[in-house]
Design a binder for this molecule. Structure first.
Ligand code: SAH
Ligand code: SF4
Ligand code: F3S
Length: 547
């Protein structure tokens, strides 16, 4: 093996003879850093489980790792720049430690493809998000084929979907190995701290003109409901209290049980039919024939089949095809969190059309009204892109107006970033100046801040239920400060009161004092004050064990 592991030996201590590794197993150390959305966070957890099972040991210091992996995001240029600067640093490090193996995995690997290795020859392997089941094999091959022989493209290990990921449903279904990655996930309590993601749909069929995701993640593929329910059950059995279902257009979930195909003892995921954006107007969920599990049906089934699950969430909802059937299931089942992440992107119909979003501002606002009618206590969050090509001051004012009317608890506001390979990049000039994008971004942030402050202020004096997630950022900072112990900071014991952070069902962040035993439980907190993005409260009585 050509990997340089000498940096890890302890001087003066005779090394124990290493046990003969099992085929495919390894004793290498891995550093894995994740960028991007929740999908990537889940992918990293699955990669972690997969490699840990093969004997790889994960460490926090990349400079000591044998394998450095970046799980990357391509959604905006800035997300990519962060990774390039990391890749640059590892390049310098590899001059001294040529045995270190550098892998770029995730959406950037898929978008940039082999160009990555042409530009950055220090990259040894590339693995797209649709090929992560192959990652152990790629690492193993890279190690075995002798890294000293590396020389750019020839020796690089590459698994990308390229153009193959929009082929026929049958072919792709028969080859859906990625499902095995989800099925093989680890259910160790150490891996989840009471809260976990479960993927229900991969990919996206929407082709919003600015967005790389359909290209990096491929076509929309829905997982069999039985697999999803099974995974939820196992997670809850291992101590998970809160599950977040993931999909880029999560409300589009549908699985035709009458057409399901079994292969090697497992049902296969199905390529989704293309719903919208040009199917008609906004409005309710599409109706499916008998035997089809819709998103509403899936939510109901999970609640019925997994009675010990305290909270069920889902992201991200697409503002079209979000029917009353989903809202009714949410209204009937208090364990489904009253929270919707509903990205609108713009308050201008002209912009929405150019973005190919498939709904108008009025249709979006109708949905907001329907949500508030079914679920008066629901909280909404949204995403905005400002400075999309040709956006005028009038378009911008329309977005500010929509933010005022929407009553969102928070908004994620992004400056438009042209992405190679998207329709907007190919066909539209990025003609809003950086200065205008920045100003519009700040103006929208200021509007949203006012709205967020009002939404949060309305909680003061109320007693609300909170799922306790962890110690607060303030405590974590104190813990990680160099010399924190010498400076008088002590890690709190289980009984000691410290500052904790949790979330309401509506995804509002709540900070309060309590002891560590509350983490992973649902408790009642009385809100005493509010900041634009956080509530501050006091623990009320004894912790509630159920919602
Ligand atoms: N599937 C989700 C969004 C996934 S990407 C949806 O359709 O709502 C997350 C967010 O990144 C988007 O909602 C959008 O606001 C932003 N985004 C995507 N591409 C972008 C680009 N090229 N420039 C700026 N922001 C972008
Ligand atoms: Fe991108 Fe649009 Fe798909 Fe969301 S729905 S992931 S913005 S293409
Ligand atoms: Fe980024 Fe890929 Fe998620 S591009 S937002 S990591 S799907």
């Amino acid at each position: 093996m050509s990997l340089d592991t000498s940096t890890h030996s302890t001087p003066g201590v005779a090394p124990e003879p290493a046990p003969e590794p099992a085929p495919g197993s390894s004793s290498l150390t891995v550093f894995l850093e994740t960028f991007g959305c929740q999908m990537n966070v889940l992918d990293s957890q699955l990669v972690h489980g997969q490699l840990t099972g093969l004997g790889y040991r994960f460490i926090d210091d990349w400079k000591r790792a044998d394998v450095v992996l970046y799980n990357t995001c391509s959604v905006r240029e800035r997300a990519e720049q962060k990774v390039w600067s990391r890749v640059g640093e590892v390049g310098v490090h590899k001059k001294e430690h040529p045995g270190v193996l550098l892998g770029v995995i995730g959406c950037m690997a898929e978008r940039d493809g082999e160009d990555t290795i042409r530009k950055y020859p220090q990259v040894d392997l590339l693995c797209g998000p649709g090929e992560l089941d192959k990652l152990p094999m790629l690492i193993d091959n890279a190690v075995r084929t002798g890294l000293e022989a590396r020389g750019g493209l020839r020796a690089a290990k590459i698994a990308l979907q390229g153009d193959t990921h929009r082929r026929s449903a049958t072919l792709a279904a028969a080859e859906d190995k990625l499902e095995m990655l989800d099925l093989a996930r680890s259910f160790s309590p150490d891996d989840h701290q009471g809260s976990a993601y479960v993927r229900i749909t991969r990919g996206c069929n929407k082709f919003c003109t600015y967005c790389v995701v359909p290209r990096t993640r491929g076509a929309e593929v829905h997982r069999p409901p039985t697999h999803i329910v099974d995974e939820c059950e196992k997670l809850v059995d291992s101590g998970v209290k809160e599950i977040t279902l993931l999909g880029q257009t999560v409300n589009h979930y549908h699985y035709d049980n009458t057409q399901s195909v079994e292969l090697h003892g497992h049902l296969q995921p199905q390529i989704g039919s293309i719903i919208g954006p040009n199917r008609g107007t906004g409005g309710p969920s599409p109706t499916f024939g008998a035997g089809v599990t819709s998103f509403a049906g899936l939510l109901k089934t999970i609640c019925q089949e997994v009675p010990d699950l305290l909270r069920l969430r889902f992201v991200t909802s697409f503002p079209r095809d979000f029917g009353d059937d989903i809202l009714q299931v949410m209204a009937d089942e208090p364990r489904i969190c009253r929270y919707l992440h509903l990205p609108v992107q713009s308050g201008s119909d002209r912009m929405l059309k150019m973005m190919n979003r498939g709904y108008t501002v009025d249709e979006f606002m109708d949905l907001v009204v329907r949500v508030r009618t079914f679920l008066p206590d629901a909280e909404l969050a949204t995403d905005i892109i400002c400075g999309f090509p040709t956006e005028t001051e009038d378009d911008h004012r329309a977005t500010a107006d929509l933010l005022r009317r929407g009553g969102f608890k928070n908004s994620f506001i992004f400056k438009y970033s042209p992405r190679p390979g998207t329709a907007a990049y190919d066909r539209l000039q990025d003609d809003v100046s950086e200065a205008d994008k920045k100003r519009r971004n700040n103006e929208l942030l200021a509007v949203q801040n006012e709205v967020s402050a009002q939404v949060h202020q309305a909680y003061v004096g109320k007693t609300i239920r909170v799922f306790v997630e962890s110690i607060s950022a303030r405590e974590r900072k104190a813990e990680s400060r160099p010399g924190s112990v010498e400076l008088g900071w002590e890690k709190p014991s289980d009984e000691q009161v410290t500052q904790l952070v949790g979330r309401t069902g509506g995804d509002i962040i709540v900070v309060f004092d309590g002891d560590l035993s509350l983490i992973g439980r649902v408790i009642e907190v009385k809100i005493v004050s509010a900041a634009p993005l956080t509530l501050f409260g006091e623990l009320v009585g004894s912790p509630a064990s159920v919602l």
